[in-house]
Design a protein around this ligand. Structure first.
Ligand code: ARG
Length: 501
């Protein structure tokens, strides 16, 4: 678990008995049934006689999608109230009453008893209005705070939770790959380049390639976490506040800490309210992860086809055809491949959104949420479904063995044999090319040629030349680190099983 995360879930800093309820990271924010009130424009400031109504309200509202930030918005408000109590902007009693009201609101939302009001635009205004309705001192809570630093805070806290959950799901996916690899650790398949049979590999080696890719994705995700885990609260609208805010205290309460337990707060108020690079970074990391998973999905699709028939996906992860009774289609894998398009699209949307924005906050930034939420939801569903599908996939060892018995896969080994006879590799490559041509001409598999036929091509072929075609031997000979050799693959399987334990 990344620094900042563990403390975050256990922080006793508020010393409030029911605080734990808000700190639970059960994804109930999505399950909460939320009722929507019809828009009823309300006056929101002394300057305006009314808020935007009708189409304008619909155009500007974000409550329909940002209400999923409610838990983090409440947590941020509780931390802010605690801090304001500490610097005497609120009395201790006021702070306590505000915190109690915020918690009660949280309980109501959790229980589906909260009416969201579109005319109040967003999650921040909805919650603040409700707070003030329940507790008059709530009108003091927004001192030293703007929705600009508030929304940056909420989004960072929300994303931090998503990253923690996704990281766990990625480990589980890696485990699923290792489990399938271990269960079939003696299965050999052709490895391909250009989708043409190339050289033999262990099936496990092929799967472990994805474990490596996902590991790099996981590392990138954790690296991105350190830049998400920075507290922007206290930056105000863009220029901080004249109040003596204790930003570090808020950061500690909310778990914005580095590995040494030191509070991490943003260092420039204008940057803090206006950049969304942390969201872009997350969208990039999950785009690349999605691209990796699309490649895995493609292999699964190919392997499950009648042409390959290397694997069987359990019925639950396939669908039938409405017309053709015999069909069993790998729809889950196809959608895992297809979903990566959205992830890349969301990344491009976010980058385009930020391009050329003047300092500092601009309402355009509200458009960051749907791509960000969409990418998080999409990648997490893709990871979970790919994981489950792999755990319900079996290997057709006979079909794999038949494909791997293609002696042409060992043509390179035959060239290596000649290298062992001191033939320069380029010449060996040429000679084996002649052997392959001879096999084609005589319509014999490579390993059925006689020693006499081989020696007709080169006297360098000795009686042991045909031993090259022993597949098990061929794989045992691959001893270099990272190769698909028998010992090396076993070693890698052990390494991953231990690491993921
Ligand atoms: N709903 C807004 C968003 O997501 C919140 C911030 C609004 N700030 C403002 N000054 N209008 O960006």
């Amino acid at each position: 678990m990344p620094a900042g995360a563990s403390k975050f879930y256990q922080t006793p800093a508020l010393g409030h008995a029911r605080w734990g309820f808000l700190l639970e990271r059960a994804p109930t924010c999505r399950k909460t049934s939320c009722r929507m009130k019809k828009a009823s424009p309300v006056s929101r400031s002394g300057r305006f006689s009314s808020g935007p109504g009708g189409d304008a309200a619909k155009f500007t509202e974000s409550i329909s999608f940002d209400r999923r930030l409610w838990r983090h918005d409440l947590m941020g408000s509780i931390a802010h109230a605690t801090m304001l109590g500490g610097i005497s902007v609120l009395t201790k009693v006021e702070a306590k009453r505000i915190i109690r009201a915020l918690e009660a609101i949280g309980e109501d939302i959790e229980a589906g008893r909260f009416d969201w009001d579109e005319s109040l635009e967003d999650v921040h205004m909805n919650l603040e209005a409700e707070l003030t309705r329940r507790e008059p001192a709530g009108a003091k809570l927004h001192a030293g705070r703007s929705r600009n630093d508030q929304v940056a805070l909420d989004t960072r806290m929300w994303l931090r939770d998503e990253i923690v959950d996704l990281e766990e799901e990625l480990r589980s996916l890696q485990q699923a790959l290792v489990v399938l690899a271990q269960a079939n650790d003696d299965v050999i398949i052709p490895g391909y380049t250009h989708l043409q049979r190339a050289q033999p590999v262990y099936f496990a080696h092929h799967l472990l390639a994805y474990v490596e890719m996902v590991e790099r994705d996981r590392e990138r995700l954790l690296d991105a976490f350190s830049r998400v885990n920075v507290c922007p609260l206290g930056s105000g609208a863009l220029a901080g506040s004249t109040l003596p805010l204790d930003r570090k205290k808020v950061a500690v309460i909310l778990g914005f800490e580095d590995r040494q337990g030191r509070p991490v707060v943003s260092q420039n108020s204008m940057d803090a309210v206006s950049d969304r690079d942390f969201a872009v970074e997350f969208c990039f990391v999950v785009s690349l992860l999605g691209v990796h998973l699309s490649r895995l999905a493609e292999d699964i699709i190919l392997w499950s086809s009648s042409e390959f028939d290397f694997i069987r996906i359990a019925d639950a992860y396939t669908t039938g055809s409405s017309l053709m009774p015999q069909k069993k289609n790998p729809d889950i894998a196809e959608l895992a491949r297809g979903k990566s398009a959205r992830l890349v699209g969301n990344l491009v949307s976010l980058l385009t959104l930020l391009k050329g924005l003047p300092m500092t906050y601009n309402r355009d930034l509200q458009e960051d949420k749907e791509p960000l939420f969409g990418s998080a939801d999409t990648i997490r569903a893709t990871v979970r479904l790919t994981d489950a599908m792999l755990r319900h996939t079996s290997v057709n060892a006979a079909a794999c063995a038949a494909a791997a018995s293609d002696a042409a896969l060992l043509a390179t080994d035959l060239a290596d044999y000649l290298v062992g006879q001191k033939v320069p590799f380029r010449e060996a490559h040429h000679l084996v090319g002649e052997v392959v041509a001879l096999a084609e001409k005589t319509t014999k598999p490579l390993d059925q040629l006689t020693l006499k036929e081989l020696q007709g091509v080169s006297r360098k072929f000795k009686p042991d030349a045909l031993e090259v075609f022993d597949l098990k031997q061929a794989l045992a000979k691959r001893t270099a680190i990272g190769s698909p050799g028998t010992k090396e693959v076993k070693k890698q399987l052990r390494r991953w099983a231990k690491r993921l334990d």
